[in-house]
Design a protein around this ligand. Structure first.
Ligand code: NI
Ligand code: CA
Length: 376
């Protein structure tokens, strides 16, 4: 199965209602897919996290290294791409580009062997994954507390047993928001907070100390991801478990954070950390350091499917009768192409998502929808 072509697809939608994390305002949704075509007619799909246009440029630069290669040689291809771009690469867009290519190769491999990816990766510990709703962004022009309470109550009504809201908009507003959400969703729904590194250490500690009374499962990206020592301080100086890792790329990036005991929960993103090939190695690192692994997911049903296959192969740690399953991050923000581009969109029922069982990623892309959401 020889690679004959590599195509990139950008999907774009302008948002009617812009929303904010601690540091950015989303005016549109823009994601990028990789399509790898082989001489036997099989096609594999992947997705790159991060700025779509930069990913397109880097995937195009990597394409000559892919044409003519045996698509089943996933590890050698990964190694070649990484090595050729190492001097200026190592993390960031080089790794997000490799990630999309790698996921597409696993999709191809699954289609070739007629098996779901989780089977090729050694088999699933679970095929039903508890999901948590990711939302709670600040809606531009809306009352923060009022819109947040309405939104999060909606997730509970939809069957979610866990949800995550954005913070990083000032200590006072954040604590008021957390208190209002806890009041609205009741004591039984798990609640997580994500500052998108919008605080410095002193303020993040204060937020953690004040928020702990509302029973928070984790405090995600409290401070900038470069400051590994501050993550460790966060763990020592406030009571909420600390999560992070969506921007730490490759086994080396993740290992550095784990060596420095930066987090209680490590959150690699399959479409950023280096694809499923690298994500599998992160499992080993998390096991060695005995740190909980709860992947980050953000994107279309391609990224979601890749994330589900990854979730399926994460071993229970510790192994126990009532072993905990890592929660699947299910982005609930407005994105009309998230589901539209595949035939049977990934859904949750009563807070549970099934891992796709078809060959490869187990999703079928609808080409007309790619055209529909192509940028003008
Ligand atoms: Ni819209
Ligand atoms: Ca996050």
């Amino acid at each position: 199965m020889i690679i004959t072509a590599v195509h990139t697809h950008i999907l774009h939608h302008d948002l009617e209602q812009p929303f904010q994390s601690a540091f950015s305002t989303f005016y549109n949704r823009r994601h990028m897919l990789v399509e790898i075509v082989c001489d036997n007619g099989l096609v594999g799909w992947g997705e790159c996290r991060g700025p779509a246009d930069i990913n397109v440029a880097i995937v195009k630069m990597m394409t000559p290294l892919l044409i003519g290669k045996q698509a089943l040689d996933i590890e050698p291809i990964w190694n070649d791409l990484y090595s050729q771009f190492r001097d200026q690469g190592q993390r960031g867009a080089t790794l997000t580009a490799i990630s999309g290519i790698d996921v597409a190769l696993w999709d191809l491999s699954g289609k070739y062997y007629d098996k779901p990816i989780y089977q090729l990766l050694g088999g699933a510990y679970r095929k039903e994954i508890p999901a948590y709703a990711t939302g709670g962004f600040r809606m531009v022009g809306k009352d923060r507390i009022e819109s947040l309470v309405a939104e999060t109550s909606g997730y509970v009504a939809q069957g979610f047993k866990a949800l995550k809201i954005k913070i990083g908009f000032g200590i006072e507003l954040d604590i008021a928001a957390i208190a209002a959400v806890r009041q609205a969703i009741g004591p039984k729904t798990s609640l997580m907070i994500d500052a998108n590194h919008g605080y410095d250490l002193s303020d993040a500690i204060k937020v953690g100390q004040l928020a702990a009374q509302y029973d928070i499962d984790w405090f995600e990206e409290p401070v900038i991801p470069e400051a590994l020592n501050c993550y460790r301080e966060m763990r020592n100086r406030q009571p909420i478990p600390v999560a992070g890792g969506e921007t730490w790329h490759s086994r080396w990036g993740i290992n550095e954070a784990l060596k420095q005991q930066s987090v209680d929960i490590i959150q690699p993103d399959v479409c950023g950390v280096g694809g499923l090939t690298e994500a599998r190695k992160i499992i080993t690192l998390a096991e060695i350091h005995h740190v909980r692994l709860v992947p980050h997911v953000w994107g279309t049903n391609i990224a979601m499917a890749a994330g589900l296959h990854f979730h399926a192969i994460i071993p229970p740690a510790p192994n126990a009768h009532e072993a905990r399953s890592p929660h699947f991050e299910f982005d609930q923000t407005h994105n009309p192409f998230r589901n539209a581009i595949v035939e049977e969109p990934i859904q949750q029922h009563q807070g549970i998502i099934k891992v796709p069982d078809g060959p490869g990623l187990g999703v079928k892309v609808i080409r007309e929808q790619l055209a529909e959401f192509a940028p003008q």
